[in-house]
Design a protein around this ligand. Sequence first.
Ligand code: ZN
Length: 154
Amino acid sequence: MSSELEELYQEVILDHSRRPRNFGELPDAAVRVHGDNPACGDEIHLAVKFREDGGLEEIKFTGHGCAISQASASMMTMKLKGKSRAEALEMARVFHDLVTGGPTEPAYLLGDLRLMRGVRKFPQRVKCATLAWHALEQALRQSAGESTITTEAP
Ligand code: ZN
C-alpha cells in the first residue's frame, strides 16, 4: 500500500467503516433518501427526523459499499446530530471543498471528518465520500417524504 493510500485509509476511517455509528433504522423518520453511487457500488439509505425548529433531531443510516462511503456516512451522522439546518448545510459545503480541494478552509468545523482530506488525491473516490452528503442535502431540501439520488447524471 502506498503512503498516500495509507493516509486515506487511516485507522479512524477503517474503524468507522467496520463499526458504523448511527447505523440502523429510524422508524419515525420524516425523510428517507436513498443514495446510489453506481461507479463504486455504494448505497446509503439516510433517515432524518427534524426538530420543530427544523434542526436535525435524529439521523441514522443503513447501506453497504466501500470503506470510504460507509465511514463518511458514519462520521457525518455523528457530526450532524443536534445541528441546525444552516449548520448542516454549511458542513456539507465545507466537506465538499475538503474532498475536492475547493477554497473553503474552516475545516475545523468538521472534526475527525478532516481525515477525509486524502480523498482529494483520488478523484474516483470523491463520489464515495460525498454520497452521504448528497443524500443529506436532498433530505434538507425536501423535509418530508422519500426520494432517491445518484452520483451519476441522469
Ligand atoms: Zn465507494
